[in-house]
Design a protein around this ligand. Structure first.
Ligand code: NAP
Length: 247
């Protein structure tokens, strides 16, 4: 049975991806900090859950040491945004956390799991969750968009460095997805978080999970480089159609 490791599987896109991969026949191993959610999901999908903080090198090493000898798919999903302040109002601790989780965390995970990647037969696959923010910028989004632009650069570099090896590398770039993302970004302000999706129909986590499963289940000689998926109501990162409520 093929083994898939999903980071940030305690909610949102990671949780939906774990469910979808399990349904496709992968044995899933889940990592995140909130163990209660993670263990419940592992039980539901018949997988395993181990604590993981991708910002902490030791935690990543410990997580990797618990994995089986062979891993076929790593979904680097853990991450998110913090704040929406202009550049000149940069909050250093928010920026550091964003770079730690979205960028360094993704590389730490990849470094530790690389020796376990199956390089025989059909090979293995790394799927990095980027964002429309990997391709565009928007007001107040400099910290987060810089992180996701970095994810894009790193993903492309992996593909060059591993050329000739049986390792596929994919980047999945979602637009607005209604998850806990905005609640985290606005530090628990549920009213502000809800406003992000007001009057429009966002993607749901399952839409992104669908894209992950599709990329992961192509024939082994096919590499899906990138999938950019947005709600129909979103033309660009900062251009969203919103229905005005009738008076
Ligand atoms: P979410 O519901 O907030 O999920 C984020 C996940 O990342 C949680 O499971 C969280 O788990 C985990 N995580 C955060 N920091 C972590 C750390 N230091 N170590 C381990 N796990 C960590 O948001 P989401 O929308 O599903 O986000 C998933 C990914 O999609 C992120 O990379 C995000 O940037 C990207 N994305 C989201 C959207 C969107 O609109 N929602 C759009 C494009 C891209 P714990 O807190 O339990 O550790």
């Amino acid at each position: 049975m093929k083994i898939a490791v999903v980071t940030g599987a305690s909610s949102g896109i990671g949780a939906a991806t774990a469910r979808a991969l399990a349904k496709t026949g992968f044995r899933v191993i889940l990592g995140a900090r909130r163990m209660q959610q993670l263990e419940a999901l592992a039980k539901e999908v018949g997988g395993e859950a181990f604590p993981l903080d991708v910002c902490d090198t030791e935690s990543v090493r410990k997580f990797a040491s618990r994995l089986p000898a062979r891993v076929h798919l790593l979904v680097n999903n853990a991450g998110g945004a913090l704040g929406l302040e202009p550049v000149v109002e940069m909050d250093e601790s928010k920026w550091l956390t964003m770079f730690q989780s979205n960028v360094l965390g993704l590389v730490r995970m990849t470094r530790e799991i690389y020796p376990l990647l199956d390089q025989s037969g059909e090979g293995s696959h790394i799927i990095n969750i980027g964002s429309v923010a990997a391709l565009e910028t928007y007001l107040g989004g400099a910290g987060y968009t810089a992180c996701k632009h970095a994810v894009r650069a790193i993903t492309e570099t992996m593909r060059i460095e591993w050329l000739g090896l049986p390792i596929r590398v994919t980047e999945i770039d979602p637009g607005l997805v209604e998850t806990e993302f905005s609640l985290v970004r606005f530090e628990g302000d549920a009213v502000r978080a809800k406003k992000v999706y007001e009057g429009m129909t966002p993607l749901v986590a399952e839409d992104v999970a669908d894209a992950v499963v599709w990329a992961a289940t192509r024939p082994p000689h096919v590499n899906i480089d990138q999938i950019l998926l947005k709600p129909r109501d979103q033309a660009r990162a900062d251009r969203v159609y919103r229905k005005v409520p009738s008076p």
